[in-house]
Design a protein around this ligand. Structure first.
Ligand code: BDR
Ligand code: CA
Length: 314
């Protein structure tokens, strides 16, 4: 048996999702059982293709890629082309990938993988709206309990929101699915905006990917250069947050991040604060802790890990 940590990446690429996928595929410590696409930054037909394009670029046409849910559990899909561009991966070359799309639905793949591996041996890594995981919990909560952990990018406490004043995009798009995840009892670790807004793609850090001289480093330069224009303008900072790779970096070097085991509830009823992650950071309620919510990160250590690991790719 391989002693690598088995993961499933659930994703809506998205340039930052793409960097997270590359980091996972490059690492020696992780075995990517499969990638499940979900509708989010752009519609599902684009996110599943983008996931396959990234596998091609990494030289990993063997990684099984599945299409999951087309739209949130109960709501209309909200997308984010203004951030990610029309294709979702603007900034890099888009082509018809060789990596095939599997016939199985992404939710079936998640449940099947958990059923066939021993309990506690598969970690789920959602990088987009939590629709596929929410559906899987709604369909078969007992099988989902076999997951070792869910490590997700989503939510915010001190940073509050990026898509509305109250909510972060991934949770906002499908708050009902997020509520399923946070009430599931499955061990959950959260990379909110509080952390990802400290992981900024400065010009020096982007240049370091270019200096690697490999195809994947060049792809990251193209994607991050396009994607950062939106947040640079919005936040008036010297770089943009690289959200989703924080999930994979946490699996590889958890010491980069610091947080608290607290109660996190999802707002599903209000229209004003839809998708807010109500995080009891200060312990002012008697609600039981259900998630490790990160609050701080060492950005230099993160970029050292990311750059070093990406250098292993073509
Ligand atoms: C999250 O939303 C998406 O736009 C990014 O890919 C990331 O997963 C950040 O709010
Ligand atoms: Ca994402």
């Amino acid at each position: 048996m391989s002693d690598k940590r088995r993961i499933i990446i659930d994703t809506d690429p998205g340039q930052d999702d793409a960097v997270a996928i590359l980091l996972a595929l490059a690492s020696e410590e992780l075995e990517v059982l499969g990638i499940t696409a979900v509708a989010g930054n752009v519609p599902l037909t684009l996110t599943e293709r983008n996931a396959r394009i990234i596998c091609d670029v990494a030289g990993r046409t063997d990684v099984p890629v599945f299409a999951g849910c087309h739209h949130p559990m109960t709501r209309k899909l909200v997308t984010a082309e203004e951030v990610h561009g029309k294709t979702g991966l603007d900034g890099m070359e888009i082509f018809e990938p060789k990596t095939p799309l599997q016939d199985m639905h992404g939710v079936d793949f998640i449940l099947q993988s958990l059923a066939e591996h021993e309990p506690g041996s598969v970690t789920l890594c959602p990088l987009g709206p939590l629709t596929n995981l929410g559906e899987a919990i709604a369909r078969d909560a007992a099988t989902m309990q076999r997951a070792a952990e869910i490590v997700l990018m989503g939510g915010a406490y001190f940073e509050v929101g990026n898509v509305t004043p109250a909510a972060e995009f991934n949770i906002y798009v499908d708050p009902e699915a997020a509520a399923h995840v946070f009430s599931s009892g499955i061990k959950t670790t959260v990379m909110p905006l509080d952390v990802t807004h400290k992981i900024l793609t400065t010009p020096e850090r982007i240049a370091a990917f270019g200096a690697l001289g490999n195809t994947c480093g060049a792809a990251i330069v193209g994607m991050t250069s396009f994607y950062e224009r939106f947040d640079r303008h919005k936040y008036k900072q010297d770089g943009a947050p690289l959200h989703d790779p924080c999930v994979i970096a946490y699996l590889l070097e958890p010491g980069i991040f610091q947080g608290r085991f607290i109660n996190v509830e999802i707002e599903t009823r209000s229209t004003l604060t839809r998708g807010m992650t109500v995080a009891d950071w200060w312990g002012v309620t008697n609600r039981l802790p259900n998630a490790t919510f990160m609050g701080d990160a060492d950005a230099d250590r993160f970029f050292a890990l990311l750059t070093r690991t990406i250098s292993r790719l073509p």
